[in-house]
Design a protein around this ligand. Structure first.
Ligand SMILES: NC(=O)c1ccc[n+]([C@@H]2O[C@H](COP(=O)([O-])OP(=O)(O)OC[C@H]3O[C@@H](n4cnc5c(N)ncnc54)[C@H](O)[C@@H]3O)[C@@H](O)[C@H]2O)c1
Ligand SMILES: O=P(O)(O)OC[C@H](O)CO
Length: 340
């Protein structure tokens, strides 16, 4: 079966390799000719994955039409900021060819200004028949660990469980296990909002805080993610799963996390602009912090930790003052969900 993978960064490259390992034909679409040449000739992508030997059967290309031709599935693995523009390009090609592949998104974030989830962007850009096939691919999964075949489990969510099962079937193998879920809202929000909390976990580490503090951040982090999710119609139990607490744990504790590393550098006193320049890869939590700030205000849902991280990122707030502000809030009940 042919699968088109869009996005030749760290996650797209590793997923392309995994699909070839599973016996599929893969074309990996990127936007850099030197990167595509390196993948095709040296079978490496050293900027994103310095140690990784890519299966020579992974074919990289900058030609979108050739990449999409005869693909049974299209996997989007590009930053949230590029999702709408790439979705438009893909929709135009499919309108011309009449092909109806399954759409899959491994991207985690909320669109700037609109605060839309990836499934809502896809819903805007594709005809309903295609958008309804969308499967969200999310959960605790750093590319660096999947590259070494570390055992990994994810969630695949779709309105149509048959499409989620199809995706489960093409990706599962001896080191990669997927579970289906029909709660797209919960899975998408868990994957997007955990990146904001992970920046906070990195900040705490950079400042020298210990394990109690990190556990408190993770636990109260999932509480506020769940609070917004429930307000937006998610199943509360989804936040106890791989795409909720699972992804929050890995992103708040792994040195591979770009969001954690960003926070850690901020905690050590570096400037955000320098951190992002030096990272050379997408740090989704920065944009999502702004979207979460606006969305939580719009929904009238309290997200105090995400709000403090927003102020550190966008208003140059002092980190110590934000920690004091969080600790001095009035005492409250632990289980403060309105509807459950
Ligand atoms: N890296 C991981 O371990 C990992 C794991 C799970 C999910 N994700 C999610 O996957 C998404 C991609 O992350 P990543 O880590 O692979 O990012 P990355 O920064 O490593 O790579 C992103 C790639 O997208 C390409 N790109 C950007 N704009 C483009 C455009 N308009 N057209 C074509 N290509 C474009 C870039 O050139 C780059 O190759 C993010 O939403 C991230 O949260 C990443
Ligand atoms: O490296 P990060 O922080 O973008 O996180 C990557 C994945 O979302 C972890 O599951």
């Amino acid at each position: 079966m042919k699968i088109a993978v869009l996005g030749a960064g760290s996650w797209g490259t590793v997923l392309a390799d995994l699909l070839v390992h599973n016996g599929h034909q893969v074309m990996l679409w990127g936007n850099s000719q030197p990167v595509a040449d390196e993948i095709n000739q040296a079978h490496t992508n050293r900027h994103y994955l310095p140690e990784f030997a890519i299966d020579p059967a992974v074919e990289a290309s900058l030609d979108l039409e050739a990449t999409l031709a005869d693909a049974a599935g299209i996997l989007f693995v590009i930053p949230t900021a590029a999702m709408r523009i790439v979705a438009k390009q893909v929709a135009a090609v499919l309108a011309k060819t009449g092909a109806k592949p399954i759409l899959i998104s491994a991207t985690k974030g909320l669109e700037q200004n609109s605060h839309k989830r990836i499934s809502q962007i896809i819903g805007d850009e594709f005809p309903a028949e295609l958008a309804q096939s969308l499967v969200i691919f999310s959960g605790p999964s750093h590319a660096e660990d999947v590259a070494t075949h570390d055992i990994t489990s994810l969630t695949v969510a779709s309105e149509n469980i048959k499409d989620a099962e199809w995706v489960q079937g093409i990706f599962m193998n001896e080191y990669f296990r997927l579970y289906t879920n029909d709660d797209m809202v919960g899975v998408e929000l868990g994957g997007a909002l955990k990146n904001v909390i992970a920046i906070g976990a990195g900040v705490l580490h950079g400042l020298g805080y210990g394990d109690n503090t990190k556990a408190a951040l993770i636990t109260r982090g999932i509480a506020e993610i769940s609070r917004l999710g429930i307000e937006l119609g998610a199943n509360p139990l989804t936040f106890m799963g791989l795409s909720g607490i699972g992804d929050l744990i890995v992103t708040c504790t792994s040195v591979h996390s770009r969001n954690w590393r960003c926070g850690n550098a901020l905690g050590q006193g570096q400037k955000l602009a320098d951190v992002l320049t030096n990272m050379g890869m997408v740090v989704e939590g920065v944009g999502t912090a702004k979207a979460a700030h606006e969305l939580s205000a719009q929904c009238n849902v309290e997200m105090p930790i995400s709000e403090s991280i927003y102020r550190v990122l966008y208003e140059d707030a002092d980190v110590h003052e934000e920690i004091d502000r969080l600790m001095q809030r009035k005492g409250k009940r632990e289980l403060d969900f309105q509807r459950y």
